[in-house]
Design a protein. Structure first.
Lengths: 327, 319
């Protein structure tokens, strides 16, 4: 927290009239507050000899400021070693987090303005550790409850209306499509394979058991067409092979030959998404635990693997956990 | 000398149990064969179980014998005992041959009703015996010696009749087994991308095909290669068991057949005919051997037995 005054400024600059989002704009324009990532510090418990998250979630802003999200819970209820859920939309303008005092889910524009409190049922009592994702423009939130302690189906909630879509029990969330009209899930089948499904939130779905290389991808992103997947495949430092990108069509099963990305073999793709205009983006990171993480945001040609860097920032070596925009 | 003793023991065993009916131990065998090899478990004062004594062979007839010339407890590269590891052994699918290390450290293949083929002293590099795995083809005509440990070396493939080395398979290929006819080896290998490839090698060490198969093939080990050198069989276990056939040349799953299996884990899978796959299934110390008709999906139980109670580790015949 380098500029304590920034928090007050951020949260006080309330904009009346909804979320203040501009449809069709992937990147925040200069001057519009946007978050690159959020992180929470690591502390060491000498008695139990464990590292645990401590303090509160901090935003890394596109202008370089760091801002504490005071209203957001750092850790789960009764579990100080588990971070509470936190998400940033791919455009960096919307946050989702669990409210500090009761762990209810809140969706909050980064620019300020009214926070939207999601229904109590979005975080059932005893839900334990949950995961949330936001659509690329932050207008929808997806919640995955995991299998324990409560086994509940994944929910997708439209923030403005509260309209909720409940996905089949047993599906795990992977992300939104580029235009937010579909969601991608995975499901473990009894034959020890993993099947992917793209659900149209308006109804209908496409299911397919993908090849190994798609199933093993580090990050998958569903295009605005609701059927084309970009698969970011981890590099292989031992063989000095860089990460790769392939496309996979869930409707036809067609897999592209793939292309190397201009990255070091140990660069990890932490988030991938398509913007509504059909461009593919990826956030890649280097830096082991305990070292400063260097994060780069790329626009990627899914066929050639050509990449343009659109942003670069670092995350403190004292991090316990971090969440990138679009993750 | 020792070979003769064993031959006498086996002959005696056969003579002592004439006319006892067994449920087709091996359809193509008219005489006794090895069910499995077992090494005894001893418990030291430290409470850690260890292998002790020599390798014992248990026959389909129920008779037991000891392989007197076989190394039981593994030796390291300098010949020192590794007290917690058994030396490797392999039994051919037809139960007629057994491969092991002799007490003089030589690779040996013994044929029932025949003699022992001792391999050349330099047939294998000097490495600890517990870092090696031996595999025999169904008829025992081919032997693969896998060298693992910290410095894996290429797998060596031998003709067991002559002891001649036919070829090698690169060290990073995990050899899963021979094709039914012994002419090829099925291997798995990590791809450049995070996938598992299956690759087939001839017994002379030439790569025939390499492909990243679908999830259902690699996620349901073990896999076995047909005599055609291209069809892989594997089984999905669980509530809805299935036999999966996959063609490595066309990269297509050619059949998924629902099958009924005993409630046990699959220990081994082997092709035992052009349209037959045999499973060794293990539940506790009980082995059930089933044959699957790859055309109909029909399953028949070929054999059932309980391992010797004092078994530290065992090696069943493959077929």
């Amino acid at each position: 927290m380098r500029h304590p005054s920034a928090i007050a400024a951020l949260l006080a600059s309330a904009v009346i009239g909804g979320l203040g989002l501009t449809p069709g704009t992937a990147q925040a324009e200069a001057g519009t507050p946007a978050a690159r990532a959020a992180w929470i510090k690591s502390c060491h418990d000498k008695k139990d000899d464990i590292d645990h998250p401590c303090g509160q979630w901090k935003l890394i802003m596109r202008d370089g400021r760091q801002v504490v999200v005071r209203d957001a819970a750092g850790t789960e209820i009764d579990a100080k070693d588990e971070t509470a859920a936190f998400a940033i939309s791919a455009d960096g303008r919307v946050l989702a987090y669990q409210r500090a005092r009761d762990h209810r889910l809140v969706v909050q524009p980064v620019a300020g303005g009214p926070a939207k409190l999601l229904p109590k049922s979005a975080v059932p009592t005893g839900a334990g550790e949950i995961s949330v994702m936001l659509s690329p423009e932050g207008d929808k939130v997806m919640i995955d409850y995991g299998d324990e302690p409560l086994r509940r189906p994944v929910k997708v909630i439209t923030v403005a209306t509260g309209q909720t879509t409940t996905l089949p029990l047993g599906d795990s969330m992977l992300g939104f499509s580029g235009d937010g009209d579909e969601v991608l899930t995975s499901r473990a089948l009894s034959d020890n394979t993993t099947r992917l499904t793209a659900y149209r939130l308006g109804g209908g779905s496409i299911k397919r058991t993908p090849p190994q290389v798609v199933n093993g991808a580090e990050a998958l992103a569903l295009a605005p067409d609701g059927r084309t997947l970009a698969a970011f495949i981890a590099g292989n430092p031992d063989k000095k092979k860089p990460p790769r990108v392939r496309t996979y069509n869930l409707a036809s099963g067609e897999l592209s030959a793939g292309a190397d990305l201009p990255l070091e073999p140990d660069a990890v793709t932490v988030a991938a998404w398509w913007s509504p205009d059909g461009r593919l983006h990826a956030t890649v990171m280097r830096g082991d635990d305990g070292k400063t993480a260097v994060v780069r945001v790329l626009t990627v040609d899914p066929q050639s693997g050509d990449a343009t860097q659109t942003d670069r920032y670092t995350i403190s070596k004292t991090r316990y956990e971090h969440v990138e925009a679009g993750e | 000398m020792r070979a003769r003793i064993l031959a006498v023991l086996v002959a005696a065993a056969l003579a002592a149990a004439p006319g006892v009916a067994y449920a087709e131990p091996h359809a193509h065998q008219g005489h006794d064969s090895i069910r499995y090899a077992s090494i005894k478990k001893c418990t030291a004062k430290t409470q850690t179980d260890r292998p002790c004594g020599g390798w014992r062979l248990v026959m389909h007839s129920g008779k037991k014998s000891v392989l007197p010339d076989a190394q039981g407890v593994a030796l390291d590269a300098k010949g020192k005992t590794l007290p917690y590891s058994p030396a490797p052994i392999a039994v051919s699918g037809n139960g007629q041959r057994v491969a092991y290390f002799s007490k003089t450290g030589r690779l040996a293949v013994r044929t029932f009703g025949g003699g022992v083929k001792l391999f050349a002293k330099n047939a294998l590099p000097r490495v600890a015996q517990n870092e090696m795995t031996l595999l025999l083809s169904d008829d025992g005509g081919r032997l693969a010696a896998l060298i693992g440990g910290e410095k894996p070396a290429s797998t060596r493939v031998f003709d067991t009749a002559t002891g001649a080395r036919l070829g090698t398979v690169p060290a990073d290929r995990s050899v899963l087994g021979f094709s039914f006819d012994g002419d090829e080896l099925l291997t798995s290998v990590d791809g450049d991308e995070p996938v598992t490839d299956l690759a087939v090698y001839t017994d002379t060490g030439d790569e025939v095909v390499r492909v990243a198969p679908p999830q259902v093939v690699v996620s349901n080990a073990p896999q076995a290669l047909s005599a055609d050198g291209r069809t892989v069989a594997n089984v999905v276990q669980g509530a809805k068991p299935e036999l999966v056939l996959y063609d490595l040349q066309t990269d297509q799953v050619t059949a998924r057949k629902k099958i009924k299996l005993p409630d046990a884990d699959i220990h081994m899978i082997d092709w035992t005919g052009d349209t037959q796959v045999t499973l060794h299934m293990l539940s506790g110390d009980k082995i059930t051997i089933v044959q699957i008709d790859t055309e109909t999906g029909g399953v028949t139980v070929r054999d059932k037995y309980t391992l010797l109670k004092d078994t530290f580790v065992f090696a069943a015949c493959g077929g």
